[in-house]
Design a protein around this ligand. Structure first.
Ligand code: HEC
Ligand code: HEC
Ligand code: HEC
Ligand code: HEC
Length: 235
């Protein structure tokens, strides 16, 4: 390879790094996800995750709050020690803020589990159209490269296992008040909970537009029992 060629390649690689960081994935809110994935969105709407902000309002979940030494009469909806785990993308690009609350990032929504969607959702649209036209599939890896999460566990842990003395190494303040020491029912069991369709959403059959690794470890299991759902489009 010529010296000149090496330089050109090095410059291109540097540009790619700069461009990559300039267009880092950001949170956009669930509006677009929901208009394409109508069935999942409807099912998710019935979950505790969807209603997580309500629990921060005064005079809700009074017994649970008392047990965790919180004040049931207090409004915690703007409290920075609470809000972060009851919304999408707290402290991250495009995520929920107390100063400018967005109803599409209120509650624990799609992007809290699937990852910030600004980059991968466009690939869903394009790949979906190509599949519809000619049954052409696309690699799941391109979605992972654009920030879609296919393992989930770390994101769950950041909310569910974030307390002092937690088995999760990433724990840091503000901690969740609802720990196994308060009540054993708050013990987080990923493999059990991630299968709970009343807490995630019901699963609906995919056409198989995306193929290959990284595939979630229970993907085939979920798909084998999935229901037939309703799809939509961005508009
Ligand atoms: C952004 C923080 C956050 C993330 C990420 C998150 N959760 Fe949650 N989860 C919550 C909150 C907050 C609640 C309680 C909502 C309420 O009742 O107000 C909850 C409730 C639940 C419940 C219901 C518990 C019950 O008492 O019925 C289950 C099960 C659960 N989560 C599992 C998971 C799993 C599995 C993941 C990852 C795939 C996950 N969660 C990701 C914050 C989060
Ligand atoms: C580190 C993340 C985190 C923080 C910070 C956090 N929560 Fe939560 N909260 C959770 C999770 C996770 C759950 C679900 C626990 C479960 O059911 O296993 C939850 C559940 C709840 C519940 C429902 C409990 C029940 O038994 O139904 C209430 C009420 C609540 N949180 C209020 C608060 C308040 C008030 C604060 C601030 C003082 C707060 N949370 C701070 C993560 C957090
Ligand atoms: C608490 C975590 C959680 C939340 C919140 C969540 N999902 Fe999921 N979702 C999952 C898990 C786990 C799977 C299973 C992944 C797999 O099988 O590959 C999944 C699968 C899916 C699938 C694949 C097909 C299916 O039904 O299994 C779609 C599409 C989807 N979710 C869309 C959404 C949308 C849209 C939202 C918001 C309205 C959302 N999800 C919110 C955890 C979540
Ligand atoms: C323009 C429509 C559109 C939008 C917007 C969109 N998706 Fe998708 N999504 C698709 C299509 C099409 C597929 C492929 C479905 C199939 O194979 O049946 C897909 C596949 C998925 C899958 C399954 C991936 C796998 O492992 O095979 C998940 C999970 C998912 N979408 C979540 C989301 C989330 C979360 C958002 C919002 C950030 C979102 N989608 C936005 C159309 C969309």
């Amino acid at each position: 390879m010529s010296h000149r060629m090496t330089l050109v390649l090095a410059a291109a690689a540097m540009l790619a790094v700069v461009a990559g960081s300039a267009t880092a994935q950001s949170y956009e809110g669930r509006k677009k996800c929901s208009s394409c994935h109508k069935s999942q969105a409807e099912s998710w709407g019935d979950t505790a995750h969807a209603k997580a902000m309500d629990s921060l309002k005064p005079n809700t979940k009074a017994e649970a709050k008392k047990k965790a030494k919180l004040d049931p009469a207090k409004d915690y909806t703007k409290d920075k020690d609470c809000v972060g785990c009851h919304v999408d993308g707290w402290g991250k690009e495009g995520g929920y803020t107390v100063e400018d609350p967005n109803k599409f990032t209120t509650g624990v929504g799609c992007e809290s589990c699937h990852g910030p969607g600004s980059k991968y959702r466009g690939t869903h649209r394009k790949a979906g159209a190509a599949y519809e036209k000619s049954k052409k599939t696309a690699p799941r890896q391109t979605l992972a490269d654009a920030g879609q999460d296919f393992s989930f566990e770390e994101s769950c842990n950041a909310c569910h296992l974030n307390y002092e003395g937690s088995p999760w190494k990433g724990a840091k303040k503000p901690y969740t008040p609802f720990t196994p020491a308060v009540d054993k029912k708050y013990t987080f069991d990923f493999d059990k909970y991630v299968k709970d369709t009343k807490a995630m959403h019901e699963h609906y059959k995919l056409d198989g537009t995306f193929t290959g690794e990284p595939k979630f470890k229970y993907h085939d299991d979920f798909q084998s029992k999935a229901k037939v759902g309703v799809k939509g489009s961005e508009d």
